[in-house]
Design a protein around this ligand. Structure first.
Ligand code: GDP
Ligand code: GDP
Length: 436
């Protein structure tokens, strides 16, 4: 289980510059398929063999200097709730501002590890200026400069050293597939789960308040046992009512990271909006299985909007990862709820499937022969062998004489061909081209 680091601080101290630096190296790998960075505010990083997620809270509460103090306060409180380590960034150029003091006041009360990072320490002179930050009452600090990267190694050392030990997951937690029900507030997550629980006599137990603070319900359906994770329950517990992107996304991070499958519930009357998209890409980035449920379908006038049009609209938004089940459901009328579960179980199976190397080569090498990678600078790329890697999520490697000449469009072509022949619906896949 990777740790979650939240970067907090007032605007313009350099949070996003630091964030970009932290996620840089890993990002190139994570986004090798889509080729785009979808979320400016969330990323994965690794240091000394420890993987962690980074959330730039400032990225969600973007604003100018007149950003409300209340907003910053909420941002910090949420970071305190959701992150394992809080990285508080201040700016040596500006020195301590009243808003820094506000944030420090909140952070002094926290039992979680808090790291104070003094940014923009571009030279030795500023090293001395940084001393004033002892006045924040947070103890020692680390100085760095996110633009040049100087000092960020030490910052990362300190960050990783501050990671708390995570409780070992129980045997059951390891073994049972986890289906997280995610979506923005009021999309109908709890209604969906309640409807399932209410009608489902196969339900086994309610495990409330597990080590992960989520509310898990164990299901036994279609001869298949799994935990349904209610993220709405987490929100309710914390009494956060705001319908802001930042909150629903941040609240989803942990649940998504711990899940195998994300059941993304959207509100049919509102469409596939910004928050839905953020949550979708968060799941995709984490290589989780995905199912989209368009809930409250009972409220939609079927003459004005057909499922086909609606579906097409969503698929447009999730390009290029369009191979995802989309179902139209109603938690109220219980329409297609079991179908939705069934689809989720199928995605779980898809994500687990392993294609035998011989079968994979037989099919893919023929495809490649009929449609080889385009020649570049008069050089021909030859792919002679390929296989699925023994990884938890589907990854495929193609061995080529000139791997650097195989560009994104061709990788996408390979991915499409894989999807045409094998069912990877709802499952993000990775394609790597390596030198043979
Ligand atoms: P955020 O609002 O906290 O996310 O801040 P940004 O990352 O957008 O940075 C605000 C400004 O500070 C930008 O103009 C950056 O170029 C600048 N900045 C960030 N890091 C450094 C640094 O290490 N040294 C200097 N001199 N400027 C920096
Ligand atoms: P959550 O915040 O995502 O857990 O959303 P809730 O389950 O609390 O639902 C938010 C509101 O939408 C409640 O008033 C529900 O009664 C309503 N709602 C949820 N699902 C449906 C549905 O399928 N049809 C209709 N008409 N209303 C729904």
């Amino acid at each position: 289980m990777s740790h979650i680091v939240a970067i907090v601080g007032r605007p313009n101290v350099g949070k996003s510059t630091l964030f970009n630096r932290l996620i840089q190296r890993r990002e190139a790998i994570v986004d090798s398929v889509s080729g785009v960075t979808r979320d400016r505010n969330y990323g994965k990083s690794e240091w000394n063999g420890k993987a962690f997620s980074v959330i730039d809270t400032g990225g969600y509460v973007r604003g100018s200097d007149d950003i409300f103090e209340g907003e910053i306060r909420k941002q910090v409180e949420l970071a305190i709730d959701e992150a394992d380590v809080i990285l508080f960034v201040v700016d040596v150029e500006e020195g301590i501002t009243p808003m820094d003091e506000e944030v420090a006041k909140l952070l002094r009360k926290v039992t979680k590890p808090v790291l104070l990072g003094v940014n923009k320490v571009d030279n030795a002179m500023r090293e001395k200026d940084a001393i004033e930050f002892y006045n924040l009452g947070l103890g020692d600090y680390t100085t760095f400069a996110s633009t040049s990267g100087s000092g960020t190694g030490e910052l990362l050392d300190n960050l990783v050293a501050a990671f708390p030990d995570k409780p070992e997951p129980t045997k059951e937690e390891i073994e049972l597939p986890r289906f997280a029900v995610v979506g923005r507030p009021n999309a109908g997550k709890s209604s969906f789960i309640n409807a399932l629980i209410g009608q489902d006599r196969y339900i086994v137990t309610d495990i409330a308040g597990t080590t992960r603070d989520a509310i898990d319900t164990k299901f036994d359906r279609f001869g298949f046992e799994f935990n349904l994770v209610d993220t709405a329950g987490i929100r309710r517990k914390a009494k956060v009512k705001e319908d802001l992107e930042f909150y629903s996304v941040m609240r989803s991070v942990r649940a998504i990271e711990h899940a195998d499958i994300c059941i993304l519930i959207i509100d049919a009357t509102r469409g596939f909006e910004g928050q839905d998209q953020s949550i979708f890409w968060l799941a995709e980035k984490n290589r989780k299985g995905l199912v989209i449920l368009v809930n409250k379908w009972d409220l939609v006038e079927k003459d004005t909007m057909s499922t086909r049009d609606y579906e097409a609209k969503i698929r447009k938004e999730i390009e290029p990862f369009t191979d995802v089940p989309i179902l139209f459901v109603s938690a109220h009328t219980k329409q297609r709820l079991l179908k939705a579960l069934e689809a989720s179980v199928q995605v779980f199976e898809n994500r687990k499937q392993r294609i035998p190397t011989s079968k994979f080569n037989d099919y893919m090498l023929k495809v490649i022969e009929g449609h080889p990678p385009p020649a570049l600078k008069g050089k021909y790329v030859k792919i002679k062998y390929c296989m699925q890697l023994p990884t938890p999520t589907p990854q495929f490697v193609f061995f080529a004489n000139l791997p650097q000449y195989v560009k994104e469009p061709y990788k996408r072509f390979l991915e499409n061909k894989i999807r045409e022949n094998w069912d990877f619906s709802g499952v993000p896949i990775d394609i790597y081209i390596r030198e043979k």
